[in-house]
Design a protein around this ligand. Structure first.
Ligand SMILES: Nc1ncnc2c1ncn2[C@@H]1O[C@H](COP(=O)(O)OP(=O)(O)O)[C@@H](O)[C@H]1O
Ligand SMILES: [Mg+2]
Length: 443
């Protein structure tokens, strides 16, 4: 499940560690500091949820040896190296070994923040994709991961099944955390390419010339096969497609045109950035846009599918309660209203976070969902939406959540649910039909 991304700062000089950490913490990052590479290696294993910022010159294991060790632990881990001023050969060597990027001393704090932001985004994308890849074998497992019964979610399920079978390239668009990466995996897994290669690359994670080489070749001394070759016959996912430079857009268009129809390799392009109202249509040249957007999936923001919020919260907090071996928090009517009113800029990813923290709070017996939501929204610099929703919508969402919860707890025993909620059988049946709840799903 999605977790908060961390930043590990490794430097033998305490002042340096503290100032980097403070600066990044002020910019909203979750930081950890280590006085040596050896200490950091104890904490950082494969799939570590974060990125590393490390000095190069350190006593004991130096930054370059540290980088090599990290690359052997997890070659996808973004490591930002801090080099001495003008030490170009060192920076070049670090990049060759697999550093994500480097910062020259004395560094510009804004560039540090910008790099940290890009690196954590890239890391999250890698981890999301890895977690999903483990479930790739089975399309139905991925479909079951999609929680929610709003009309938009039902349409999404149908779209995945239809487009999974279709031939054209696909463009997936939507705000962060709405499920784009999940849907890309599902599209591949439910279609005829299911057993074939599934290759993911972020167009924002590499400098232009490096991305060009990775995608189209020619092979360098490292001997890595170009990704378009590696994905042949399967699916190539281009995350952050809006970051593709114009020259690379041309090369991609040529690649697509040379493939013929139906395309041997299917491309799924994902747009992750919606800064300043810019759309993916603005970012891509029109001929490429129309090829990539032959089929299009637009994922709706969570706040627009209110009825899914409570269902998601309940399911997710149940999953976390099981993981942590404690009871799931009970949602009061007031808290339900607050969940429905929150703006959810981070969408489902943010809701997962809130559900996990609510479960942990519940285990400790402190805090409330309301306070969690307040601090969440402060972080995001947003306030609760004041835009009203009809009372009926709140009441219905809450009623549905209660029946759903109670059916689950009693494993589909209608009699037990009737008793607990003091409902006559007929009313319960009517309400279940109204909300699309089916007894067999709880047995
Ligand atoms: N409808 C959904 N039901 C359950 N989990 C979801 C749903 N949509 C997204 N998720 C989960 O939310 C997190 C963010 O989804 P992801 O696909 O990574 O979003 P995006 O790529 O749009 O940023 C992932 O952990 C994913 O499994
Ligand atoms: Mg994603």
């Amino acid at each position: 499940m999605a977790r908060m991304m961390k930043i590990a700062i490794v430097d033998d000089e305490q002042d340096m560690r503290q100032s980097i950490s403070q600066w990044l913490a002020l910019s909203g990052f979750d930081t950890e500091t280590y006085p040596s590479a050896e200490e950091a290696l104890k904490a950082i294993g494969p799939d570590w949820p974060g990125v590393v910022v490390s000095d190069i010159k350190m006593p004991g294991m130096d930054g370059m040896a540290f980088l090599k060790r990290l690359m052997s632990v997890d070659s996808g881990l973004p490591v930002i190296m801090i080099t001495g001023h003008g030490d170009v050969p060192m920076a070049v060597e670090a990049m060759r070994v697999g550093a994500y990027d480097f910062l020259e001393k004395p560094f510009n704090p804004d560039r540090m923040t910008e790099l940290a932001k890009r690196a954590t985004q890239a890391r999250r994308m890698t981890l999301d994709n890895r977690a999903l890849r483990r479930e790739l074998a089975d399309g139905s497992t991925l479909m079951k991961k999609l929680i929610g019964n709003s009309p938009a979610m039902e349409r999404l399920r149908e779209d995945i099944l239809d487009l999974g079978q279709a031939d054209g390239h696909v463009l997936i668009d939507g705000e962060t955390g709405t499920g784009k990466t999940l849907v890309a995996h599902a599209l591949h897994a439910v279609g005829p390419r299911a057993g074939k290669k599934f290759v993911v690359v972020s167009c924002a994670a590499y400098a232009e010339d490096m991305l060009g080489k990775r995608l189209f070749g020619p092979m360098d001394e490292g001997g890595q096969i170009p990704l378009v070759e590696e994905a042949r016959g399967g699916t190539l996912v281009l995350e952050d497609v809006e970051a593709l430079s114009h020259p690379l857009q041309s090369r991609l268009l040529t690649f697509i045109n040379d493939q013929g129809t139906p395309a041997e390799t299917r491309i799924i392009a994902i747009c992750n950035d919606h800064e300043q109202g810019r759309t993916v249509e603005d970012a891509l040249r029109p001929d490429l846009y129309y090829r990539l957007a032959a089929l299009k999936i637009m994922l709706p923001p969570l706040r627009s599918r209110g009825e899914d919020i409570l269902v998601l919260f309940t399911r997710l907090s149940e999953q976390f309660s099981e993981e942590y071996g404690c009871d799931a928090p009970q949602v009061t009517a007031q808290e339900a209203a607050q969940l429905l009113q929150a703006p959810w800029p981070g969408n489902v990813r943010q809701l997962i976070n809130v559900a996990e923290r609510a479960v942990l709070q519940n285990r400790r017996g402190t805090g409330s969902i309301a306070s969690l939501l307040m601090s969440e929204n402060e972080d995001a610099g947003q306030t609760m939406t004041t835009e009203g929703k009809p009372l009926k919508e709140y009441v219905e969402s809450f009623e549905k959540m209660l029946i759903d919860n109670t059916m689950r707890r009693h494993r589909g025993s209608i009699t037990a649910v009737m008793e607990e909620l003091c409902l006559p059988r007929r009313t319960l049946n009517e309400k279940m039909a109204k909300y699309g709840l089916q007894r067999q799903d709880y047995l």
